[in-house]
Ligand binder design. Structure first.
Ligand SMILES: [Fe+2]
Length: 386
């Protein structure tokens, strides 16, 4: 085993934990808070509630809700102007991964300056960020505990992966009640994103004993609770379990990084602005089939985490059950099994394949992958039908 490090923010988890947001900010020295969210979350009422908790603690605030899904570089740069003009000294993100990534990126530029493109890659942030508290309302991106921010480059039409321990928020507040306002489709897509985080972090080349336990426990929770969470927005037990799965998978992937599924889905998001979780769900079985020979023992453990009786099977048979379980779960959630309906063109596949091998997430994929391999997988995913 080589040298590794492991980091998490302070975590506040539980029903009604959003009520802790004001006190959390006061502990960090906040005076005026830049609250980042988006229109969808605004309509759900969670921002209004969070702002009331800030007022209860006599904290001033400025609300900024301009980021769109798959946030873009120019949006972040508008956001940092608003932050500086407002005189805020701290940042809150409330929402899904898009709002939280935008919030973290505004915080980055507030103290480091320049444009967000300058920070694409690993460990390019040198100055400390303002105090950050993040409250996710999906389960989810894991961005509230991660050292990642994913921002679209509007010129190159790719998603930039920014990795720095400075991007880990000071405090993550995870309130499962916020999941009860999400519809079935969003719950399914974000839940499959969590599964992709758990599996890719588990088989990552950078996985460690500190991350593997979190990855496997997240898979166990998803196997048991994602279907009931999608079935009913009122199932509190399922919402709590999926919030925990998202948290555990987020801790795992923040420290172990991800793999080819994310490297490829970032291209679909960057070029075509497609939903991240749905794209991951479609790509996951194809990439797993490709990755299977790299670590069949780990695939066997994933099968066991899905509840398969692996003791009676050969290693190959047990490992294969993991892919079958992923396909069955996506099928039960009515997620398509191919990219066929996207009408992708040959030159778009070439462009995305070349960019995918440059994505930071590709470096930890357990099987080597060249642009030609990525292209083949995109082609398989276009054919569909597993
Ligand atoms: Fe993701």
């Amino acid at each position: 085993m080589g040298i590794f490090k492991f980091m998490t923010p302070e975590i506040i988890f539980g029903t009604n934990s959003l009520s802790q947001i004001g006190e959390s900010l006061l502990r960090l020295g906040a005076k005026k808070v830049f609250v980042v969210s988006d229109e969808g979350v605004l309509n759900s009422g969670w921002v209004e509630r969070a702002v009331q908790y800030l007022k209860d603690c006599k904290l001033d605030y400025c609300l900024w809700t301009e980021p769109t899904p798959n946030p873009k570089d120019y949006e972040v740069e508008k956001g940092v102007h608003a932050y500086i003009e407002s005189g805020c000294n701290s940042v809150v993100g409330i929402g899904g991964g898009s709002a939280i990534d935008a919030a973290k990126s505004v915080a980055l530029l507030a103290t480091n300056g320049g444009t967000i493109r300058q920070y694409e890659g690993v460990d390019l942030v040198t100055s400390p960020l303002p105090p950050m508290v993040m409250a996710p309302t999906t389960a989810g991106s894991g961005s509230e505990v991660s050292q990642f921010a994913i921002i679209g480059n509007s010129t190159r039409k790719v998603k930039m992966t920014i990795v720095s321990k400075s991007l880990i928020p000071d405090i993550a507040i995870i309130d499962p009640l916020t999941l009860m306002t999400k519809d079935a489709r969003l719950t399914a897509h974000t839940g499959m994103d969590v599964l992709t985080h758990a599996i890719e972090s588990y088989i990552s080349l950078a996985a460690t004993p500190m991350t593997e336990g979190y990855s496997l426990q997240a898979i166990r929770l998803i196997a048991e609770y994602l279907r009931p969470s999608v079935a009913s927005r009122h199932n509190r037990e399922a919402k709590e379990a999926m919030a925990m799965a998202s948290l555990q998978a987020g801790i795992a992937f923040s420290n172990a990084i991800l793999g080819a599924v994310h490297a490829m889905s970032h291209q679909l998001g960057g070029l075509l602005d497609l939903p991240h979780g749905e794209m991951n769900s479609i790509l996951l079985p194809y990439v797993l089939e490709y990755n299977l020979i790299s670590c069949p023992e780990k695939f066997k453990n994933i099968s066991a985490a899905f509840g398969e009786n692996v003791d009676i099977l050969s290693l190959t048979g047990a490992a294969g059950k993991a892919i079958k379980a992923v396909k069955e779960l996506a099928g039960d959630l009515d997620i398509p099994d191919s990219l066929r309906n996207l009408n992708l063109k040959e030159d778009q596949i070439d462009f995305m394949s070349l960019n995918a091998v440059q994505d930071a997430c590709m470096t930890t994929n357990p099987r080597d992958m060249k642009a030609a391999d990525v292209k083949l997988l995109f082609r398989r995913a276009l054919g569909g039908g597993f």
